[in-house]
Design a binder for this molecule. Structure first.
Ligand code: HEC
Ligand code: HEC
Length: 289
């Protein structure tokens, strides 16, 4: 066949026999190295199909002879990481929580782990810097509703506040208007009294009337001096640190409708070492007692 095709006189290459308006196509062969590379990739691909998971089938896929799976390799990596921490974790769960601080290595392990566990589990409500938001307490300050020792924080995180766990912390701010415990004017007066505890207030008469209401209706939970009682989670009302808000409108709303925000219980969701890590992390934020 080829002898029918003429040779191009300039390049010395065979032509393909195609010709368009006097322009002839040369039949230049692929370079050898290129061809061999391509054959090698084909052989590689076939080998790969045999060894690794490759072809989709109707309900499954070809698994490959070495049984590799990316899920399996992730599981292995997680198991390795977990095994590497086993010693630290064992130390953390057996130690008295208050003693962990004296063991530099375990404490460091707890803080690092607690920081990332906090970001995953707690930051949605408490903020990424644990700074809180209205209705969600700031965990950096030393103003604690339920107590800021490691043991108190541990209990709070484990069982939650008004959560669905049997051991949950309980205590509620009643709805004084909705439940007809106080009238609107009484609520306005007692709100003025509450405000007067942390800032100057001009309406002395309202404050005086409000004080009477406070002593009768509020002191049992918030304390005679309104500095709060931790057994009920009742906030200190004298410190100008507000949980729900410290303008008169918000205070009136709090007293009228009540408040009962929920902090979930974590004991059934996370393992003890993670809860301990988060507890120590929160305690380390600056307000720990
Ligand atoms: C669904 C929202 C939510 C999530 C998630 C959440 N919290 Fe809370 N947390 C709250 C609320 C609301 C309160 C305040 C409860 C109250 O009114 O007393 C609270 C209170 C607390 C307190 C008590 C503060 C004090 O002053 O005594 C601690 C400690 C705390 N949370 C830690 C955590 C940790 C650690 C996590 C993550 C494991 C977490 N919280 C996740 C909503 C949440
Ligand atoms: C049965 C106990 C109880 C009684 C009685 C009670 N409180 Fe409370 N109060 C609480 C609790 C608990 C909270 C916190 C609610 C929460 O954590 O969601 C609270 C919260 C508040 C807050 C919100 C503070 C903030 O930082 O935003 C104000 C204001 C307040 N109470 C005022 C009063 C006044 C005024 C009275 C009396 C009319 C009163 N409380 C009576 C338990 C009580």
């Amino acid at each position: 066949m080829t002898e029918n095709f003429e040779k191009d006189e300039f390049s010395g290459t065979q032509t393909t026999g195609h010709e368009w308006d006097g322009i002839k196509e040369l039949d230049t062969p692929m370079p050898r190295w290129w061809l061999w590379t391509m054959y090698a990739t084909i052989i590689w691909a076939i080998g790969y199909w045999i060894i690794m998971p490759a072809w989709p089938m109707v309900s499954s896929f070809t698994k490959g002879v070495i049984g590799y799976s990316s899920r399996g390799s992730l599981e292995q990596a997680l198991a390795d990481a977990s095994a590497a921490h086993a010693t630290d974790r064992a130390a953390l769960v057996t130690m008295e929580l208050s003693a962990v601080k004296d063991d530099a290595r375990t404490y460091q392990y707890a803080l690092q782990g607690g920081k990332s566990a906090f970001a995953v589990n707690c930051s949605q409500c408490h903020g990424s810097g644990a700074q809180g938001a209205p209705g969600f307490p700031n965990l950096n300050d030393d103003d604690w509703l339920w107590g800021g020792s490691v043991d108190k924080i541990y209990e709070t995180v484990k069982y939650g506040i008004r959560s669905d766990h049997d051991e949950t912390r309980l205590g509620e701010m009643p709805a004084f208007l909705d439940d007809e415990l106080l009238t609107r004017p009484e609520i306005s007066d007692v709100a003025d009294y509450v405000l007067s505890l942390s800032q100057s207030n001009s309406d002395a008469d309202a404050v005086a009337r409000g004080k009477t209401v406070f002593v009768e209706e509020c002191a049992s939970c918030h304390g005679d001096k309104a500095t709060g009682l931790r057994e009920f989670g009742a906030p200190n009302l004298t410190d100008a640190i507000w949980f729900y808000g410290g303008d008169k409108k918000t205070i009136v709303r709090t007293i009228s409708k009540g408040r009962a925000n929920v902090m979930p219980a974590w004991v059934d969701r996370l393992d003890d070492s993670t809860i301990r890590q988060m507890t120590l992390f929160v305690h380390s934020l600056g307000g720990g007692e």
